[in-house]
Design a protein. Structure first.
Length: 468
């Protein structure tokens, strides 16, 4: 029956009333009206945005668990709000957030405030805040081809925290690509499956501050003992460990103890381990025990997916042409995409203007940093490639077929084809090679890139240097 969802909503109200009492139910839930139930999504009409905030903050747990109990575990929730009362044209729809029940986020306190480690560093079973944000879970993470592999690894670790297959997991990438979200999702999933698991997320800066505090209080042994009790340790922004010998020496025994006992270690950084400066080789070697994976900037398809997701979360429906232009012109940072969506929402409300291409372009002028692309030519590519492979540029033009020289020569062909306007014939003339040889070289590199990580990193590194 088409009206079954209304009967089920009334059952939800009975359960909610039993849990929060009659007064709160009448005040906050009776004004909500079930409007539809399609594709396993219940749409509730609510009086105002204030109700949405109340549901998402104070009543999220009871509402979410009740809906799953009555409608099924896969149920989704949308809210519909009329900005202007009784004006259907002013209605907007919000997706309910997908928070985790397992995490009670208290937001990160200043390290000058009472320590999240509890009143005593030596407490056997400290009551502490894992410092996980309930919204940074796997369910709220947008997946595309560009980030599928690191996502899959993260999810495997979260579902098998006691295995050492990918331990430690070293995730690196540019600022704003979603590293923190992904490793927090690991901690949240572990807590969902085992609420008693000791999970802690800290930035390297927080770790340093806590260590300094313990040093002043002469409690370094207790500090070490406390961290060594963790089941899952998530450390963010590891690049700040560079040239911090004291911090590295303290982290080393924590790392060893947790790894030897099958506890999960996850790190994020803005660069791979071998590029960290001023860190003892023994610690760098430990990072190589597990898996190191790069989280790239989202590709075009993923940027569109993120934009749609962020817009729906804020009650927006962006026209396809708006999504296309933002995705094409943005730099790829998830934070930038989110900022653009918020900017469009704010500008639309402030000007009382419809969301169209002109409004989006106006927001983007203030949100996207224009990068002046320098012209890249043949000589620059030869020099950069020779430097990467530690070759004399002259040998590139020789008849030598030594592996490193041949690889470098084919990389030059590939990059010239990709980054310059030179034809394959022109590239061949400059390298003293036949047209067919250039075509083969370009094809050989293109075919190997998806399957040869060493080559992929080499090409990426040379290209980044040319564009810097």
């Amino acid at each position: 029956m088409t009206e079954d969802y209304k009967i089920k909503w009334n059952r939800c109200l009975d359960i909610i009333r039993d849990n929060i009492g009659d007064t709160k139910t009448v005040t906050w839930f009776l004004p909500a009206k079930p409007l539809s139930f399609q594709d396993n999504t219940l749409t509730l009409g609510i009086p105002s945005n204030f109700f949405y905030e109340k549901y998402e903050d104070e009543f999220y747990s009871i509402l979410s668990s009740t809906l799953k109990k009555v409608f099924g575990p896969a149920v989704r929730l949308d809210y519909e709000i009329s900005i202007i009362r009784n004006d259907n044209d002013s209605k907007v729809k919000f997706h309910a957030s997908k928070q985790s029940h397992a995490v009670k986020n208290k937001f990160i306190q200043s390290m000058q405030a009472p320590s999240p480690l509890g009143d005593s560093l030596s407490d056997k079973k400290p009551d502490f805040d894992p410092q996980l944000n309930e919204s940074l879970n796997f369910e709220n993470y947008c997946i595309g081809e560009s980030n599928r592999l690191p996502f899959t690894i993260a999810e495997y670790i979260a579902n098998h925290p006691g295995k050492n297959d990918f331990n430690p997991f070293f995730l690196y990438g540019d600022v704003g690509v979603g590293k923190t979200h992904l490793i927090q999702a690991i901690g949240i999933r572990v807590k969902e499956r085992n609420p008693n698991a000791k999970v802690l997320f800290v930035t390297l800066r927080q770790f340093q501050n806590l260590m300094a505090n313990a040093t002043i209080r002469k409690q370094i042994p207790s500090f070490l003992n406390w961290f060594q009790q963790m089941d899952v340790l998530l450390i963010d922004d590891l690049q700040e460990l560079s040239h911090k010998d004291g911090t590295a020496k303290v982290l080393f025994p924590i790392f060893n103890h947790l790894h030897q006992n099958g506890k999960a270690l996850v790190f994020t950084c803005d660069r791979p381990p071998m590029e960290l400066d001023g860190i003892a080789d023994r610690l760098i070697d430990r990072f190589k025990w597990g898996i190191t994976e790069r989280l790239p900037k989202p590709d075009l398809a993923l940027k569109k997916k993120i934009l749609s997701f962020k817009a729906a979360k804020n009650g927006l429906s962006l026209p396809p042409e708006v999504i296309d232009i933002i995705a094409e012109q943005s730099t790829g940072s998830v934070r930038e995409l989110e900022g653009i969506v918020i900017g469009i929402l704010t500008r639309s409300i402030t000007l009382n203007a419809p969301i169209d291409l002109n409004l989006a372009l106006e927001v983007m002028r203030n949100s996207i940093k224009k990068v002046e692309r320098k012209a890249i030519n043949f000589d620059m590519i030869v020099e950069a490639t020779a430097e990467f492979y530690r070759l004399n540029p002259d040998v590139i033009f020789s008849k030598s077929r030594v592996r490193d020289i041949a690889d470098a020569r084919q990389v030059i062909m590939y990059l010239c084809h990709k980054l310059t306007s030179l034809s394959s014939s022109a590239i061949g003339q400059k390298l003293n090679r036949r047209h067919a040889t250039v075509l083969h070289g370009i094809s050989a590199i293109a075919d190997r890139l998806p399957y040869t990580k060493e080559l992929s990193l080499a090409v990426e590194k040379i290209e980044e240097g040319l564009k810097a």
